[in-house]
Design a protein. Structure first.
Length: 119
């Protein structure tokens, strides 16, 4: 006998009774029209019954689920890196640009000298 899958509230938003997967964890896949099999590739812990329970919950509470998704996306868009992280990213970008230029010059020089390994 299998345990019935339900959507419950444990303080992180609606989630499956069988795992810690929340409804919002699956919303992006539903929005991209993933099949249940495609979702299971990404989250192999889920059963078809789990996915069906979430899909049913989304249909029954569509407006609230989509409003929560919008708020999550808004918060994510407003997040910024700490200034220290931004500086590391900036320096890393400069270093990568220097390396690309160095490789470009090296390859151009090798081609002018007829080096067959540069092709």
């Amino acid at each position: 006998m299998t345990k019935q899958v339900t959507i419950i509230e444990r303080g992180r938003g609606p989630q499956l009774s069988t795992s810690r997967i929340t409804v919002q964890d699956l919303v992006p896949y539903f929005q991209e029209n993933f099949s249940y099999d495609q979702i299971r590739v990404v989250m192999p812990i889920l059963t078809i019954e789990d996915i069906q329970a979430v899909a049913r919950y989304v249909r029954e509470h569509y407006d609230a689920v989509m409003e929560q998704d919008r708020r999550i996306r808004d918060r994510a868009a407003q997040r910024k890196n700490a200034p220290e992280v931004e500086e590391i990213l900036r320096k890393g970008g400069q270093k990568m640009a220097q390396l690309r230029e160095s490789f470009r010059k090296k390859n151009a020089s090798a081609e002018r000298n007829g080096d067959p390994s540069s092709r």
